[in-house]
Design a protein around this ligand. Structure first.
Ligand code: NAD
Ligand code: WQD
Length: 337
């Protein structure tokens, strides 16, 4: 099978390209390098030894996107990662997010229709659940989103659902919890631009001396140690779920044209547990302080993963220790470049 990956040089996209190639799929990727670099393509090839057809295409450019898809003969399915993902930036610049995340997805569906491609796997997020009662399953209500970014994920799911009911399109929407870690080769990983807003890159950048100190955003939450609880999932486990989703579509295992799955470990860890585990696996004493709460943070969220286990036949294999040791190995690798 031939799979198109949008956002293929990004953090999760690059790991998914590797897993697809290693599972024997032919892969075509596109990206506009807004949040990644062409070097990732060389590093993917170093890992898999396989060629990747690649196009520098911006999904906001409907004409270019449509020509690219039409020129690639025989694409069976698309995995759609390309989007902007910074929650804070989406509050400051909502139109950028609606244009790219929602407009780009609509353009992609038009281009797929023109090229006769009828299967798509979409990157959604646990952010669609807001403050829910964990473990959260897929039937949980979606509250009003607490950021434009979160809203783009809710809207895209609705766009995909409506379109699947009006066409032959089959959709799998994957709601990721907190993706962390890097490929064991340390050739690909997360490359945050500027000051990271996510916990794990901030921890590794502090440990290596790029940041002076980590601030823990609040320790007065109603959790056992007072800090927020999240479901941290290794990016390689997450990438493998996309291969499972493609198989699910190919084997027509769905019962409706639009299916949704949580992708998490099913375990919650507090911010302090993450710091403690990082210190254990790295041997580095982390410089951190307790600071005020960050606006918009939910108290705790972790996934119920039964649906993915039962229907996709997928579950995570890697521990929090492996998440943090691979993130640390990656941070050290990019530092020496
Ligand atoms: P990323 O920024 O590393 O990857 C996204 C890629 O898409 C980048 O390489 C970027 O250059 C590209 N891109 C952005 N706009 C584009 C456009 N208009 N045309 C072509 N390419 C474009 O992000 P990621 O962490 O790999 O996230 C991938 C997807 O998963 C996103 O849709 C994101 O919203 C979603 N997601 C991410 C997380 C997370 O914490 N990383 C959690 C839940 C959901
Ligand atoms: C994790 C925990 C922070 C930084 C975000 C998006 C979500 C999804 C995943 C895309 C929280 C705490 C963090 C720091 C800290 N992305 N923290 N000090 O907020 O759970 O989820 O990424 O869809 O939509 O919102 O992840 O890594 O930012 O934070 O104490 O410097 O770490 O308060 O409890 P979050 P995160």
């Amino acid at each position: 099978m031939k799979i198109l990956v949008t956002g293929g040089t990004g953090y999760i996209g690059s790991h998914t390209v590797v897993e697809l190639q290693q599972a024997g799929y032919e892969v075509v990727a596109l990206d506009n390098f807004d949040n990644s670099s062409p070097e990732v393509l060389d590093n993917i090839k170093k890992i898999t030894g396989k060629d990747l057809v690649f196009g520098k295409v911006d999904i906001r450019d409907k004409t270019a996107l449509t020509s690219f898809l039409k020129a690639q003969q025989g694409i069976d399915a698309v995995i759609h990662f390309a989007a902007n993902k910074a929650v804070g930036e989406s509050v400051a610049n909502p139109l950028k997010y609606y244009e790219n995340n929602v407009g780009g997805t609509v353009n992609l569906l038009y281009a797929m229709e023109a090229a006769g491609i009828q299967q798509i796997v979409f990157s959604s997020s646990c952010t669609v659940y807001g403050e829910a009662n964990p473990p959260v399953d897929e039937s949980a209500e979606m509250p009003v989103a607490n950021s434009p970014y979160g809203n783009t994920k809710q809207i895209c799911e609705e766009v995909l659902k409506d379109y699947s009911q009006a066409s032959e399109m089959k959709v799998v929407s994957l709601r990721y919890f907190n993706p962390v870690g890097a490929h064991e080769s340390a050739l690909i990983g997360e490359l945050p631009l500027g000051v990271p807003s996510n916990l794990v890159p901030f921890i590794t950048q502090t440990a290596i001396g790029k940041r002076e100190m980590l601030t823990v955003f609040g320790n007065d939450y109603p959790t056992p140690d007072g800090t927020n609880i999240r479901d941290y999932i290794h990016v390689v486990d997450l990438a493998k779920a996309h291969v499972a989703a493609i198989e699910y579509l190919a084997k027509k295992k769905y019962t409706a044209p639009f299916s949704v799955f949580n992708l998490g470990t099913g375990n919650g860890n507090s911010v302090l547990e993450v710091i403690e585990t990082f210190e254990k696996v790295s041997g580095v004493k982390l410089n951190y302080r307790i600071g005020p709460r960050r606006a918009g943070d939910v108290v705790q969220v972790y996934a119920s993963c039964d649906k993915a286990a039962n229907e996709l036949g997928w579950r995570t294999e890697k521990s929090l220790e492996e998440c943090l040791s691979s993130a640390w190995k990656w941070e050290q690798a990019i530092q020496t470049k």
